[in-house]
Write a protein that binds this ligand. Sequence first.
Ligand code: PLP
Length: 381
Amino acid sequence: MKLFDVYSLYDIEPVKGKGSHVFTADGTDYLDLYGGHAVISIGHAHPKYVKALSEQVGNLGFYSNSVQNSLQERLAEKLGKLSGYDDYALFLCNSGAEANENAFKLASFTTGRPKILAFGKAFHGRTSGAVAATDNPAIRAPFNVTPNVDFVPLNDIEATAKALSTGEYAAAIVEGIQGVSGIHEPTPEFLKALSEECKKNGTLLILDEIQSGYGRSGRFFAHQHSGIRPDIITCAKGIANGFPCAAVLIAPEIPAKKGMLGTTFGGNHLACAAAIAVLDVMEEEKLIENAANVGEYLIDELRKIPGVKDVRGRGLMIGMEVEGFTGSELRKKLLFDHHIFTGGAGQYTVRLLPALSLSKEEADLFLSEFKKAISGNPAEA
Ligand SMILES: Cc1ncc(COP(=O)(O)O)c(C=O)c1O
């Protein structure tokens, strides 16, 4: 059997990881400023994470959501405490798209309304509802086209207020910081106005913190820089450092009803053990503060480099363009000539989404190789 050929792959295979480094079978060391697409949050093969998962799989890897699972309670308690949302309820599932599907369903059940309002250039996933709310017709099959999703431009409060005033929308969904679009932020003024307009019109506000969440922006959630409190928050990617796990945080005003949501794998024992270990390490090693500090340093230094344009983002969620390079040219050069993994977005943007444990020394190593790459100088031997 062949693999279904949907991914453009680099000709490289990491077989081992440690912190912010990955290694190929011949032992070559690559600095990881990509984290496997914002998924590695506490670093590769963190010893506490390895221990927690190994012990859990040795005890009980899985049982269904028909019995007590105190790991889910422990995760909910810890997440509530660290995020500042201890009065919210937690629903666990397996991927970002699934978290958003559940958020839409919940909003629709709660309000009795069918429609979702999304924003220009948004990315919310590839399953049916999530891809309908993603502003990219190229990845939307005819089956996914629906009159139940409308888009207005990000940061356009007039268009948003006008749409919401129709009273048709169960929810509006917005990313804490847009990731796939190339790192674009809703302004704090926009988020505040959006939150008010949602309240005024009986629409629930969903914050998609799948890429911008869990510390990456230098706060637990990116929207916390704006001081708003959404009705539903969706999380995935880094929350279990690579073990498939996603979370929907639900405001206390939204009532649960038996059977309204459900999943086989969501909240399983291994996923919970991984997610608890991530929160423990984030707290013990002060990784949110680290993301804020190292991120600010990286952004400041990148802005000083001639030829680097429009450095965007917060914390360790950074996008930029470089004169004379397409994003894919520069990423290839960084990877194959300088042994640095980075991410891309669109034609020109390079994205940095490293582990939140990236050290200042590793940031300096990146900056020095990055300067060589864009000035055409060879990598260090
Ligand atoms: C903001 C955002 N939402 C949703 C998703 C979808 O997550 P998943 O690929 O886990 O379904 C992504 C993935 O990149 C994302 O960046």
